[in-house]
Write a protein that binds this ligand. Structure first.
Ligand SMILES: Nc1ncnc2c1ncn2[C@@H]1O[C@H](COP(=O)(O)OP(=O)(O)OP(=O)(O)O)[C@@H](O)[C@H]1O
Ligand SMILES: [Mg+2]
Length: 250
């Protein structure tokens, strides 16, 4: 399929896109032979080596790999935060590397929800303001967006803390707010980078359950983790990253 045909799939200028609108989408994520190298002084670091991956909507992908193996690099490329050095990257069938940063950042806001190991909430914004943050391109009124953000906080059982600042929340609570933020704009793809690594048992379980719920809604969920509680789930595809090489475990 030619690249320009990919573009016809979904009208990205709409802000009311729903998962059902993506029925025609072939792949949530498709990587063809993707490499990413970094120059550090005179050294070339090959963070990703010829990674190919096909992820459909409704897939739950788990990738494990030791520190420095390239997990975050891969997530950043899928999330259009970083560019590959070579290879083709399609997100929702769109060849995102072919576009400028302005397109990629608005594309990112409506298509991918990011969940980080250290939550990455904006420290000067309340819980509800953090959830509203990715909605900045919407033309809906502030009060409508506020209502939507409160509904998302209800989904993660954090609406009673809507006006609290991140430092006033426990680790597990901060991660639940971060998940509500990742759900803002109802993105078809959820990317999580060791989302349970800093959480205790109960909070970790809540985050695991939320990831499963998002996947059951039809979203593609891609999680970098060593969390056995996530890896052992049935119906997921497991991969290992080793020195930039991605292999599916069979
Ligand atoms: N901006 C950068 N400049 C130079 N090298 C980088 C940069 N970002 C990452 N690297 C290198 O690329 C490799 C992969 O890094 P990456 O952060 O993707 O690993 P990771 O699997 O996420 O590790 P961890 O489990 O510790 O988070 C590492 O060798 C790292 O040092
Ligand atoms: Mg990492």
């Amino acid at each position: 399929m030619a690249d320009d045909e990919y573009l016809d799939a979904v009208d990205y200028t709409r802000d009311d896109i729903d998962v059902e609108d993506f029925a025609e989408t072939k792949f949530a994520v498709k990587l063809n032979d993707v490499s990413r190298s970094y120059k550090a002084g005179r050294m070339d670091i090959e963070a990703l080596r010829n990674v190919s991956l096909e992820v459909k909507l409704g897939d739950f992908i788990v990738i494990a790999g030791h520190s420095g193996s390239g997990k975050t690099t891969l997530l950043n490329i899928i999330g259009a935060i970083d560019l590959s050095s070579s290879g083709r990257v399609y997100v929702m069938d769109v060849p995102i590397n072919d576009y400028d940063e302005a397109f990629r950042s608005s594309f990112r806001l409506s298509n991918t929800g990011f969940i980080f190991q250290s939550y990455n909430l904006v420290s000067t914004l309340t819980a509800v303001e953090n959830v509203m943050f990715p909605m900045q391109l919407s033309d809906k009124s502030h009060s409508k967006l506020h209502d939507e953000a409160i509904m998302l906080l209800e989904r993660v059982k954090m609406d009673h803390r809507a006006d609290h600042l991140p430092w006033q929340l426990s680790s597990g609570e901060q991660q639940r707010v971060a998940i509500a933020r990742a759900m803002a704009n109802d993105p078809p793809i959820i990317l999580a980078d060791e989302p349970t690594a800093n959480l205790d048992g109960d909070s970790g379980q809540m985050v695991r359950d939320l990831l499963i719920e998002l996947n059951e809604m039809g979203k593609a969920v891609i999680v970098m983790t060593h969390d056995e509680g996530i890896i052992k789930q049935s119906g997921i595809r497991r991969f290992t990253m080793n020195e930039g090489v991605l292999t599916e475990n069979v």
